[in-house]
Design a protein around this ligand. Sequence first.
Ligand code: PAF
Length: 284
Amino acid sequence: MQIHSAITPLRKLLKSVRQEGKSIGLVPTMGNLHAGHMELIKQAKSKTDFLVCSIFVNPLQFGVNEDLGSYPRTLAEDSQKLELENCDCLFAPSVDEIYGATLEAHTLVQVPELTENFCGRSRPGHFDGVATVVLKLFNIVQPDIAFFGLKDYQQFLLIQKFTEDLSLDIELVGVETQREPSGLALSSRNNYLNDEQRQSAAFLYRTLRDSAEQINSGHLDFPALEKAAQLALQAHGLKPDYFSICNARTLRPATAEDRQLVILAAAFIGPTRLIDNIRWQRSD
Ligand code: PAF
């Protein structure tokens, strides 16, 4: 596996890969790779000829009081895991390489509407940071296909939106959330949880599933379901940030007519904020 931290030699390498007629896959990550990331890597390997995985803890998507400083950085272990999966290239740039001196005054990509609520509301500026870095990675790597985890469903939709709005010639693949046997969605932030918190955290997905089951059995008073779910989360030691039943395409509040639904949820366990979602097509 080739490892690059600078843009110019990476571009040179990718130019020769393209000249050989090979397709390029990109898996953007912030590192601390777990089985969820490795599933992205496996799918990307099977669908493209040359795979680039980027590891970059993007300061632009962290708020002032968030965990940028403590976010787990495990480059040596990550690099070994990527080697084992036959990843072709690791791109691990510094903040300077990506933003130079312009971090504070950098051009931003802003995606309207889809980013207004949920994580966009709770983490002001977060999605501008995500969209900006992902567009930069797209421009640096120019992949044919890019792969993202669907645990960050709002993030996936806004990347789809700007890819379409800005006429980028990149196919996007959303990869299903990987879970622990308890149902807890794999996340680098699970590292912050102790055993007891980990057990409470699993209740987030259980509550999502319970609500989806109630909708499937004809309970369509969505505000009442949301309220009940938030109370259930609180009873299990979680502090809900949001629990919202939405149209899966627009993220607007779901109506009884909507068939494609998503329930988006975020909750704190102690200081750790976890997100999860459940998506399905109503068959009732
Ligand atoms: O989902 C993530 O890990 C990050 O938001 C991403 C897409 C790598 C951008 O920094």
